[in-house]
Design a protein around this ligand. Structure first.
Ligand code: C2E
Ligand code: MG
Ligand code: MG
Ligand code: MG
Length: 279
């Protein structure tokens, strides 16, 4: 087969090389999911009223033997294109629930949020996996959050609403991630069964400096509160930004100021110090 492609290869060398790379990366990803060598790191969500870490977000990492540490943007789209997002997400979900059970065993009641690809939200296979996991003894109602994006809602609106309702009835909270970057209509937002809204960091980061962003963030918080949702501001990197968000009634913040994504053990340490600080 290599021979017969050689002519084509000369003219489209770079395309072909890229396909080769993608195929081998995919094989390595399959292996990493199978042998559990993917890593999951956790980034805290700080409650501004109590000044306590109330939740964390699970973010997947891949320490590739040759390419080095890879962030999700380097392999999630690949997994999505090649039908590997279900096994990958099942892995992250199980690991996240196991780690959060460890935190609970140490006395920290902190929920864990898992990012759910739009491709999975209304998938029957994913639903079966979730049902199985929720049946496990370790599962605690309210201890798990699914972060979904507006595009999930758009690929299959009715299916998404149905699935999210079913997850919620299992005790899983639903968070709308990267809010403001999609194109949800207000009426659709109202139909979705949500608990939390995360305002995308592109609106958050300069909200204390730019009047336009400030208006968007403030009015999003007001709207969310009137819909009964908690609001998380993403990407908070400095104190003035945090102070501004506190002053306009934002419920929670996430970002490098509070904590970068960290391994479970490091997160546990941060939970311990945040408790002693609050006490
Ligand atoms: P996201 O869910 O919106 O996650 C937030 C991203 O912003 C994370 O990047 C996080 O490290 C980064 N971030 C957090 N705080 C700050 C900050 O203060 N400043 C800046 N500049 N960045 C900050 P990461 O880990 O590279 O994740 C990127 C995206 O990959 C995530 O966006 C999420 O959509 C996706 N992702 C991560 N893990 C998974 C997973 O297990 N499954 C799926 N389907 N997607 C995942
Ligand atoms: Mg997220
Ligand atoms: Mg986000
Ligand atoms: Mg974002």
């Amino acid at each position: 087969a290599r021979e017969s492609h050689s002519g084509w290869r000369v003219h489209h060398g770079s395309d072909n090389a890229q396909i080769d790379r993608e195929v081998s990366l995919l094989g390595e990803l399959d292996e990493a999911v199978r042998d559990g060598s993917l890593e999951v790191v956790y980034q805290p969500k700080l409650d501004l009223k109590t000044n306590r870490i109330v939740s964390t977000e699970a973010l997947v990492r891949w320490r590739h033997p040759v390419l080095g540490p890879l962030g999700p943007d380097a392999f999630i789209p690949l997994a999505e294109r090649h039908d590997r997002i279900l096994p990958l997400t099942s892995f992250v979900l199980r690991r996240a629930l196991r780690d959060s059970a460890d935190w609970r065993a140490q006395g920290h009641s902190v929920s864990v949020a898992v990012n759910i690809s739009s491709l999975l939200v209304s998938s029957a296979e994913f639903f079966a996996v979730v049902t199985e996991i929720v049946g496990d003894a370790d599962f605690v109602r309210g201890g798990l959050v699914f972060e979904v994006t507006e595009s999930a809602a758009f690929t299959d609106p009715d299916g998404a609403v149905r699935a999210l309702k079913a997850f919620r009835s299992m005790g899983i909270a639903i968070s709308m991630d990267d809010y403001g970057t999609g194109q949800s209509t207000l009426s659709y937002l109202q139909q979705l069964p949500l608990d939390e809204l995360k305002i995308d960091r592109r609106f958050v980061q300069h909200a204390h400096l730019q009047a336009g962003d400030a208006v968007l963030v403030r009015s999003t918080i007001d709207m969310a509160h009137q819909l009964g949702l908690k609001v998380v501001a993403e990407g908070v990197e400095d104190r003035p930004c945090l102070d501004f968000l506190t002053s306009i009634g934002c419920d929670m913040v996430q970002g490098y100021l509070v904590g970068k994504p960290a391994a479970s053990a490091a997160l546990m340490k941060q939970l311990k110090t945040s408790v002693s600080k609050a006490a």
